[in-house]
Every structure is written in structure tokens, then in C-alpha cells.
Design a protein around this ligand. Sequence first.
Ligand code: PLP
Length: 364
Amino acid sequence: MIPQIDLGRQHAALRQDLLDAAARVLDSSRFVLGAEGRALESEVAALCGVRHGIGVGSGTDALRLALAALDIGPGDEVITPAFSFIASASTVLMAGATPVFADIDLDTYAIDPSRIERAFTPRTRAVIPVHLYGHPAAMDRIVALARARKVAVIEDAAQAIGGTYAGAPVGSWGDVACLSFYPTKNLGACGDGGMLVTTRDDLAERLRVLRDHGATERYRHVRLGWCSRLDEMQAAMLRVKLRRLPAWTEARRRIADRYRSSLAGLRLSLPVERAPARHVYHLFTVRSAQRDALAKTLGDLGVGTATHYPLPIPGQPLFERGGLRTDWPAAWQASREVLSLPCFPELTDVEIETVSRAVRQALS
Ligand SMILES: *Cc1c(COP(=O)(O)O)cnc(C)c1O
């Protein structure tokens, strides 16, 4: 069986380094807001080309905190893609604001800038572009559209750490960007974790207060904050992994290249990398009109797959109004046709060949 993702291989290779990092934290007995977290914050901020990193409990909390730091709440609208992981929109609801869904571009799976343009109203306060599957959204156009209307840009970079757009890192384009360290992400913790990155000093300061009980100093609480901090254990282990991230990203890009040549010519839409975006292939997601049958046959042939995601966000039961399917045709088509093939840095050339042969057989 070739799994869609295998975290065991990564942890077997890093086992001693991770145990050493965990032991360092245990010996320090400093578990929250300490030296490891601060070091990781500056290392990740540097990678993203920004001044500040603010470690938090998860990528979802990062999005909630970004909305809170921008004072977005009831009566406000936030434009978010119709096709993404649920947190890109559920966090807008949590803030008391209204998500306004824009369709995606079916080639890159990122939010379509022309759809954003049509979704603006006088109530729009922010846009949340998602760099889905690791392909950066069209940030030059999105930032220009938002700036012209004095609307904030919150990048959901949960799937795209290390990616770039026009040479500038993902995370450096928006007012603030949100990263997730969920274990399966390109930089994954051994548990939950997330980070906000920003160059805006005002936002960084507010975010540090908001993640820590709204406190500016011990027992002085100036805002209604919450408790969401990246712990030292996760930070120490993430620092071990961060050193490998550039090599892992190269490995993912190489896997994508090999798949693209071995799967060429089939009745299958392969992922594209549209310049000037640099893709980090969090997922290698293909599209087939016979998606369910393809997944079933691949499973029978010993190839694991996954569906990211089987419903557009406005089609989720959470959003009961459902909306008109015709509003987001690309999102609905994607949800019917996408299938993620095995893609993780340790995947071997032999396995890529085996997967490709199975796909050929399934489609023949
Ligand atoms: C994973 C993910 C999140 C949420 O991150 P968590 O750390 O799981 O809370 C948000 N948006 C996208 C696009 C994601 O893939």
C-alpha cells in the first residue's frame, strides 16, 4: 500500500533530533512563551520576508486572531473562496461577520480575482485569499483590488509555507498571513500549532496581546483576548523540521515534475504552476470526471488517495442557505472531480512509478 501521506517516514528520520529538542524543553521547564517560541517566530518571519511572527495554538486560531486584530465583526463582510478547507470561512462566522464567497480559478484552485471584484460591497472589510494545495493565489491583483478599496488582505497560507509569488514569499503580500503547523502540513508540528506573520507593527502588537488573555503586561488586561499560544515543545520540534523545509519543498516539486511527465496524455487534469507563482505542492491534486471510480480502483491497486474537498464551503450543511450552485460553478466542479495522489517528500521514484502505472491502468 502506498499511502496518500506517510508522516512515519519523516519522524523515523528525525527521531533523535526531535527527542533531543523535546528533552531540551523538558529540562528548561519553560513550556509557554519562551526562548524556543521566540526563536521560531523570528525564523519563520525571516522565511516569509516579514518583521514579525506570532505563534498561536492552530491555523484556525491564527485566522480568528487576524480578524479580531483588524476589528472585524458583526455587520462586516469578508470575501473568501467558495472552495477551501472550512476554516477559511468558519472563522469569519466565529468573528460574527459574514463570509461572501467568491469562486475559484479551476486551473490553480485559488480564488479568482475577477470574482473578488464582483463581491465587493460597502461592507467589505477584508479578503482572505487561500494558497490552496500550495499554489499561491494571484497576489499582485488581489492586493491591488483590496488597496483600492482600503480593504485588508489576510493570506490563508496554511498550505503554502515556503511558496513565492513574483519572487516574494507567501506571507509577505497581505496585511497579515496565517500559517498552520497541523501535522500533515508542509511544516507540521507533533500536535496542533499555527503562526501569524506580518510586517505591520500595530497588528503584531495587537496579536501578541490578543493571544495572551488581552494582557499588555502580567495581570493587566486591556482587551478581551484569548488563550492561544504555540507551546515550547512544539516550537522546539518545529525548529528541527524548519531546517529541512527547503529540501522537502524541492522534493515535493520534483515529485510533481515526475508525476506530470508520467501522467501526461491521460484523461486527467494535472496541477499547473502558473507564473509568477512558485508552487510548494502541499498536495498533488488531479481532476477526473470519473473521480469516485478512479479512487476506488486506485485503492484496489494499493494506492491511497484523498478528496480535498468533497463539498464547496457554501454547500456545507453549516451554511444552510446553500446558495445557488450556479454562483460557484468552478467550486462545485472541483468538489466533484478532485483527487489527491500520494505526495510527501519521502515518496520514492519507484512509488511514483507504481502510482502512475495504477492511474494509467485505472483510466484505460
Ligand atoms: C489546515 C488549514 C487551516 C487550519 O489550520 P489548523 O491548524 O488545522 O487549525 C486553515 N486553512 C487552510 C486552507 C488549511 O489547509
